[in-house]
Design a protein. Structure first.
Ligand SMILES: Cc1ncc(C[n+]2csc(CCOP(=O)(O)OP(=O)(O)O)c2C)c(N)n1
Ligand SMILES: [Mg+2]
Lengths: 426, 326
């Protein structure tokens, strides 16, 4: 039992600005008395009643010139458990006007909202089944699940046209499904079957479908970024009104490829939307132990492009930000960097028990489940009935069961194929 | 005490760090997590975060920073989490580390060790399965080792750390927990550049290293039992510099040579071994030199396909029989 001081710097707080504070790392938050130390601007927070049971705080500041461009230093003294593992913790301020998300919610029709809900549910169900099949030995190798992060892929890809391109990472089942791949061929790929989206050659980390403009998962961290620049370059060359959406994890930022690509994309105004999925960890390493600037969206500044941090657990917030960035790119105004703050519900890969983070931290984030959040929103605003949503869940479950059956019944790649597909054969 | 290949590596790191304060470790998730495969487990607790350092995902930097520290007399042991990712650090290895001593006229040295898990057989697909040793075995200034037993894993790592040159140390990930051996108490090393005769025989020689040594020994047992063949097995252990004398000695002794490695046949170190024999022991040969290795394609994810691509003891048995019958 130790005592721990967290400093939260609230900057440029103004009216209507939702401020999200995230917590990551050790289990420093414990229910119990919390002392807001007497710092100059602590009172507004106190007035709003911070609940320490949750790591998420929406602080709506009253219109106050005092609060504009004033840094508020809140010293929060928390009783903490000093656990071993990835020392330290992070509070992340999301200084973002959520009016975009709110507007998206208002402007979307029911069908669009339900499509988002379905797409996220489909991915979740797919990943749950994948875990089950892995446990049963049907899927082997290295396999990284996307559960918890669905709002990022779904929100972003919903903001694109079909003709737009997506580049992803090795945690790409979700992006691939959101881009429209059939769960059958994705599951078959995970099984290593001939009917898989990459003919069983690539497996979980190397999904690809040029027809869908899903330009691939990349198992080399940072490996996809330079390709996104090349896609953008050819779009400009062909004068097509298309956009590339390039996903990568926080772990890719220290790679040279990230910096090389952002530099060129900005210099040549390439039509690329860079989306960093900040889930706080690259394997067991916390962002702040790997990256000097943990507000990752700020890497946009030196590369002279807009940078925003969005709530990656809110599909509408992601949707809103990517809509803006894609429009910008399409109009020839160049790339943007979007940092989506999110959380993977499972370990890094199937073999990772995630000992570097606490079960409590995981529970806190599970309360922010993006699918449940959208469900609540839809029901609260009466945009659809509970029945409709349940029907979607049931339909999606059937689709995934069918995908598993398809994968199981599919043939292994023919061994005569050995040596094929290495070169283009005329 | 019986220890696994993985524990042998871990012990070597512990002992060398205790012996020499200039030895330190850098890599991705090597400290808190103890490495993706737990090879560096316990080192953080034993030596603290100044000497066991978690690095960002920046392979080029990890190697480059290692080189910088090595120039100043530190003895960094850096890890590439999978040897496939060593490609990201290629420039630092072949351009900066390998040439360092030469380009400064012998006035500087780079005592750096780059450890990395290589090898297939765990369904890791294209970028978690490679055997990239032969990308480096043609670069003067580097040394390349690939131990096949716990004893060699420990002894070669110690030698690599004590060596004044950049040494690439490829550990086969399939061996980590699958093989065990009784290791002697106390300090011992295995010299770099010296092959080891694992089994002597008179009918033919197998020259191998790393992940395929046990397959070769299995195959030798099978043909001994079923065909009455006496097979000699030479474990190269070091791939750069090659132990030319040991290679030539076995070739001259049996007159028939089969070279086996998990790396692809084309461009694998087997080609160099074959050339050494052909140039220097042609008169002793009773048959063409044969090679067994991975097919010249990529390592597919599909498990049956992967198995089909890789060498195994059946394929080695077949090759032995056809060579013996020549
Ligand atoms: C070049 C390279 N180095 C190391 C790895 C091993 N590795 C795979 S994923 C990973 C962590 C990546 O973290 P992040 O980018 O944050 O993505 P996340 O897993 O959180 O989605 C590491 C170190 C790799 N695949 N490629
Ligand atoms: Mg991450």
């Amino acid at each position: 039992m130790g005592s721990c001081t967290a400093q939260i710097v609230l900057k440029r707080a103004s009216s209507n600005r939702a401020l999200l504070l995230y917590f990551a790392g050790n289990d420093v938050l414990k229910p119990g008395p919390v002392e807001l130390a007497a710092q100059p601007r602590a009172s507004p927070c106190q007035a709003l009643g911070i609940r320490w049971a949750s790591c998420l705080y929406f602080l709506k500041f009253p219109q106050s010139p005092l609060l504009t461009y004033v840094s508020i230093l809140v010293n929060v003294v928390i009783e903490s458990l000093a656990l071993p593992g990835a020392g330290g913790f992070a509070f992340m301020a999301l200084e973002r006007d959520k009016h975009i998300a709110e507007r998206a919610l208002l402007t979307m029709d029911e069908a669009q909202l339900l499509a988002l809900y379905r797409s996220m549910s489909l991915i979740r169900r797919f990943e749950e089944k994948t875990a089950e099949m892995y446990a049963r030995g049907k899927i082997t190798g290295f396999c990284h699940l996307y559960a918890g992060e669905e709002a990022v892929a779904v929100g972003a890809i919903a903001a694109l046209y079909d003709k737009d391109y997506v580049v992803s990472t090795y945690r790409e089942h979700g992006h691939c499904l959101a881009k429209g791949a059939s769960p059958r061929v994705v599951m078959a790929e995970l099984f290593g079957k001939a009917t898989g989206i990459s003919r069983g050659h690539g497996g979980s980390m190397h999904l690809f479908d040029a027809n869908l403009r899903f330009m691939g998962g990349y198992a080399i961290v940072g490996g996809g970024l330079p390709l996104a620049a090349g896609l953008g370059l050819s779009i400009l060359y062909k004068e097509e009104p298309e956009v590339v959406c390039c996903f990568f994890g926080d772990g890719a930022l220290p790679q040279g490829a990230f910096h090389e690509t952002l530099n060129l994309a900005s210099l040549w105004k390439l039509p690329v939307v860079f989306i960093c999925e900040n889930n706080f960890y690259g394997m067991g390493t916390l962002v702040q132990n790997a990256i000097c600037q943990e507000e990752l969206y700020r890497f946009a500044e030196p590369y002279k492009m807009p940078g925003v941090r969005v709530d990656g657990m809110d599909v509408l917030d992601v949707y809103g930000a990517v809509t803006e960035a894609a429009a910008r790119a399409r109009e020839g105004d160049g790339p943007s960097l979007i940092e989506a703050v999110t959380y993977r519900f499972r370990g890094h890969s199937m073999s990772d028990p995630a000992e570097y983070r606490s079960r409590r931290e995981e529970r806190i984030w599970q309360e922010r489940d993006p699918i449940k959040a959208l469900r609540r929103k839809i029901l609260h605003d009466r945009r659809a009935t509970e029945n409709q949503l349940n029907e979607i869940e049931a339909e999606v479950a059937a689709v995934i069961d069918d995908a598993v059956k398809f994968a199981e019944e599919s043939p292994e790649p023919a061994l005569e194929e050995l040596g094929k597909h290495v070169y283009v054969e005329e | 005490m019986e220890v696994t290949y993985l524990t042998a590596i871990n012990q070597a790191l512990h002992e060398e760090m205790r012996r020499d304060e200039s030895v330190f470790i850098m890599g991705e998730d090597v400290a808190e997590l103890g490495g993706a495969f737990k090879v560096t487990e316990g080192l953080l607790d034993a030596f603290g975060e100044n000497r066991v350092i978690d690095m960002p995902i920046s392979e080029s930097l990890i190697v480059g920073a290692g080189i910088g520290a090595a120039i100043l007399g530190m003895r960094p042991v850096v890890e590439m989490q999978f040897s496939d990712f060593i490609a990201c650090a290629f420039d630092q290895i072949v351009n900066t580390a390998a040439t360092l001593r030469y380009r400064h006229g012998g006035r500087a040295a780079c005592p750096l060790v780059i450890r990395s898990p290589s090898g297939a057989g765990v369904h890791g697909a294209l970028f978690h399965s490679q055997n990239p040793e032969a990308w480096f075995t043609r670069v003067p200034g580097l040394k390349v080792v690939a131990p096949a037993t716990p004893y060699d894993a420990k002894g070669l790592l110690k030698s690599a750390i004590r060596d004044g040159n950049p040494v690439l140390y490829f550990e086969h990930k399939r061996l980590y927990r699958s093989i065990k051996e009784d290791l002697p108490e106390g300090d011992f090393t295995v010299p770099i550049g010296v092959a080891e005769l694992r089994q002597s025989g008179k009918d033919l020689s197998i020259i191998t290293y790393g992940g395929t040594l046990n397959q070769c020994l299995d195959a030798a047992r099978i043909v001994e039992k079923e065909d009455g063949l006496s097979v000699e097995v030479l474990d190269l252990r070091t791939l750069l510099p090659l132990d030319r004398e040991a290679i030539l000695a076995t070739a001259r002794k049996t007159g028939k040579v089969l070279i086996v490695h998990e790396d692809r046949v084309t461009g694998g170190i087997g080609g160099e071994v074959a050339a050494i024999i052909a140039e220097n022991a042609f008169d002793s040969l009773d048959a063409p030199i044969r090679r067994v290795g991975a097919a010249d394609t990529h390592l597919a994810f599909s498990p049956p396909m992967e198995e089909f691509i890789l060498p195994n003891s059946n394929k080695i048995v077949e090759a032995i029989r056809s060579l013996a019958a020549y």
